[in-house]
Design a protein around this ligand. Sequence first.
Ligand SMILES: CCCCCCCCCCCCC/C=C/C(=O)SCCNC(=O)CCNC(=O)[C@H](O)C(C)(C)COP(=O)(O)OP(=O)(O)OC[C@H]1O[C@@H](n2cnc3c(N)ncnc32)[C@H](O)[C@@H]1OP(=O)(O)O
Length: 783
Amino acid sequence: MAEYSTYGSVAVLQVNNPPLNTFTRHVLQALVSGLERAQRDPAVRSIVIAGKGPTFPAGADLEELLGTAAAPLLSNLRMVDKHVDTCQKPIVCAIHGTALGGGFELALASHYRLAVPSATLSLPEVHLGMLPGAGGTQRLPRVVGVKSAIQLITSGQDIKAQQALTLGLVDKIVQGDLLKEAVSFARSVEGRPLEDRRISQRTVPDADKVDEVVEATRKTILRKARGAIAPLTCVQAIQASVLPFAAGMAREADLMTYLMTSWQAAAQQYVFFSEREVRQWSHPRDKHINFRTAKPTVIKSVGVVGAGTMGAGITISLLQAGLKVVLLEVNKKQLDKAIAVIQKTLRQKSASQKMSQLTTTMDYSQLSDVDMVIEAVFENLRLKKEVFRKLDVITKPQAVLASNTSGLDIDKIAAATKRPDKVVGTHFFSPANVMRLLENIYGKKTSAETVATVMQLATTIGKVGVLVGNCAGFVGNRMLGPYRSEALFLLEEGVDPQDVDRAIEEFGFPMGPFRMTDLAGNDIGWRRRIEARLTTEHGPPPDTPALYRRGDRYCPLPDMLCLQGRLGQKTGAGCMMLQEAKDDLTENIYIRFRTDGSVFDLRRLLAHTKTLEELILDLLFADDCALLAHTEAALMSHHAPSMCNRYDPGSRTALPDPVVLQMIQDYRQEHGFKKRTISSQEIVERCLYSLINEGFHVLDEGIASRALDIDVIYLFGYGWPRHTGGPMYYVERVIGLEKLLRSLETYSARYPNHSHLQPSPLLRDMVAKGGSLAALGTTDSKL
Ligand SMILES: CCCCCCCCCCCCC/C=C/C(=O)SCCNC(=O)CCNC(=O)[C@H](O)C(C)(C)COP(=O)(O)OP(=O)(O)OC[C@H]1O[C@@H](n2cnc3c(N)ncnc32)[C@H](O)[C@@H]1OP(=O)(O)O
């Protein structure tokens, strides 16, 4: 647990709790014993604490911290803190791997910190709905100041060793043998005074500005937190660092108790475990086929067909994971554009080595030897089938053939080949090298081995892979359908687009449905509806009632907007306006890079770039750019023409567009809708409950095998607010299934022809029998 050894006058305590050396109560007990022994032994004059194996401790063991062992764990943690803080012999922490949470806090309590260049330090508790409760909120500001501490703790961002050195969080970067260097360093500081080495004894450097700093950051934090309570609570704890140390620690403990007992912390911890649990997949229709029984094919080389935005993003992801890629594109201009984008993105990393793994071609025969192909051509079934027919002939018989589709029928695509067992769907999300979700879709004939292969591929390329069944829209887009429909029906009844968006954004989404459609392009859904024969390029299909399709209520407003050329922001007109608008950028927009935490003012970046459009493209393909979606949305919304909203230059606020508002008004009048006032609560309930209701259908039909799979899809692919745990978790743990059922009953009675508001039979059954989503396989066992 913590191995004790001595090297002359130096006692070395090596935490040994593989794989992450997390602090269990036993590990902490062993550390206390080791510290006591070292303090008792007169021959010992200094102490080194290190981690055995791949890492320095990665924090408290969450299973224990969140379970029945929490009390002894916390009591042992406090004992370690006390021993370290009062120790009369210098304690040196030797950091490698990831020193996270309690691990980093132990290092901060010690007198000296050494790190290898590859080490990462971080206080990621905010992502678990908590705060760094082992002194982190009190010691960090004493080293880096309140301002930086707020930034580091509320973002939970990684601090690389070099940055830690600059910030004064580590004393030395060690190039050679860490333990050896740490022992010799410890020896060199023996006998030196310790008082000024104790961070607890220091004062906060910007203490006089604390209120000013908090005031200045509060608004930004509130905006980013989107309803999460942990970030602001972290700020409150940091504010207390200007108090005497003991008082600050007491305040930290109070606030930690408040957070730890909150439903949001439980939700975020559920998210943490669910993100990992999706790897333990099982086939929704046959539980015997699962991550244990099915063996993946080894994939070393991948062909990517289609070098559009998705194809280029997928290629970058594969290259970054060290795979060989053959990128095929039949349009030379498009291929050249993609190569430039890929090169530019990889240049920020060790590009030359990764680019050497890329072959580009316009010739299908170059795909003859790859282990797998990911097709990423336009979302058109006929075209995809054509591509698969070709691939079936050209590729080796054992190659896996995957389609990157957001909702087309995998079985129909597979039927175009003689190897339907090797055909599978891999739905990447845009930008494909940034977004973490990979929705993997099995068809009727997809083999267990093929499923295992794409699930393994997700892990290899650092994505969160979720296995789902085949149906129109799969899980994510299928559930989005009712949400969008309900948002449109709300327009008919009197709500303006920006009011729907505001209500959804206040719930915690980064963007409401209309701003989202503005960004993604209204034509995407329109093309899909044309293909499904719900509408045509010229208007509604002949002899079709305006507000109904195949017996279901239908709102033709988005079709009408498309017919007017209002396709959203990614149209050609949008790009031209972006170039012109460069000088209009009056507002400060900041972009933070994940790699080193550096922050850039967008206007300064623009000074080095020809056009704003070029910069956006760069950012889209820079996978270390945090806040990317927000930034992109903010930039786009500044300048481009939009479907529903208008944006004044220099403002990020979506304003009502009189043209659209007039159009909606005329539409209401034409179809006899009476405008009424609708509350935000009703907007949120109708949009989100219809989405969640569809989730119950998805579970009932076996399209997803567990509620947590749906949650992960929404959290990682659709911006569902993390602090609520995902749609299914939220409705079960926060709203309650019975309340959901009653609300759906009320709304469906009021709108009998909105079929998606009819409660799903599974929901009714669960409420009647007192069943729960946990029984369908959520992560309850872990919580
Ligand atoms: C009730 C009232 C109480 C009041 C109390 C008041 C006072 C409170 C004082 C409280 C003081 C607490 C102080 C300390 C807090 C902490 O330290 S919180 C934890 C901080 N650490 C983290 O958040 C780290 C989380 N982990 C990671 O980020 C990553 O896992 C990693 C370390 C970077 C490694 O990544 P990777 O190599 O990709 O591996 P993974 O797949 O992510 O993980 C492997 C398996 O390990 C499991 N795991 C990871 N971290 C933990 C952990 N901290 N505890 C337990 N288990 C962990 C992970 O789930 C994986 O498991 P499997 O899926 O089963 O393989």
